[in-house]
Design a binder for this molecule. Sequence first.
Ligand code: TK8
Length: 352
Amino acid sequence: MKKFLSVILTVFLLLALVACGGGNNEANEGADNGDEKENKESVEAKTIRAGIGLNDAHPQYKGLLKFKEIVEERTNGEILVETYHSGQLGDDRTMTEALQLGSQEVTVPSTAPLANFIPEYSVFDFPFLFPSEEVADKVLDGEVGQKFLEKLESQDLVGLAYWENGFRQVTNSERAITTAADFKGLKLRTMENEVHLEAFRALGANPTPMAFTELFTALQQGTVDGQENPYATIYLQKFFEVQKHVSNTNHIYSPFVFLMSKSFYDGLTDEQKEIVKEAALEAGKYERQLNREANTQYLQDLQKEGMTYTEISPEEHAKMKELVQPVIDKYADKIGKDIVQEVYDAIEEASK
Ligand code: TK8
């Protein structure tokens, strides 16, 4: 009998050991699962596909690399950034639509094509709106600029910062432009924005809206006589190879807007949201500085490459302003006089 009881006891003890060990296993499994899940999550970093239209020589791309550096460092690799330039992912409108669809996470378009998504953005392309880069910074980085960024949410977009495209200058291969009358009949490519189109019509030109990705070929083939962009773009995109004349029209200060897909942004932790916003702002300040530093140098380099540079006098600039004023009045009505007035008031305040 004793022997029988000791066998039963041994079997019972063995069963008890096995059960506890399993529990531990389960606990371990749980822990493993937990660790595994945690490891899995940390292994599966989020990826930002960031695309722009300008090439890798442009300050805009250097700004994108700065954004990548800051985000990857501050998130310890939880977020990785893939950068694409030269329209590899498409033109401004296509990439902005990709953000809305969630098939791309970041792009940095000019404000002009954004007006096709949020009409109020046209105000930033009113000719001669910003008198200087410094005033543009103050207004865009202040209350008014923030108000415009918030409008993007209705389009499934998050505006994180303003970067700089810069003051736009006209180039062409027909004639030197020194007067308002010299625009007459020029076939000029413009961005896909009604204000740009109508302003150049008011100057007597014959404008054609076109994506930036098609521009160099159109200039090369003579589909258009000219275009307008900041000196940095004219030089770094090698437009001097297909354009003869450049003049300091300074007709529009063009901002870039750093856009993120809302669906991607909403999926970030609060800490990650702060990091991407800080990174967009810090990289934007860096990009603006690079863009400005070399502007004078770019103009000299364009002339070294054989372009003729002509200056437009204050009197002729005044004539240009007079010719485009009816377009400004029309679009101020169209997009809302109040918000337009807010922008002009902010500019006046920032100019003091
Ligand atoms: C580049 C464009 C470009 C703009 C244009 O993606 O289209 O002429 O000035 O900088 O945004």
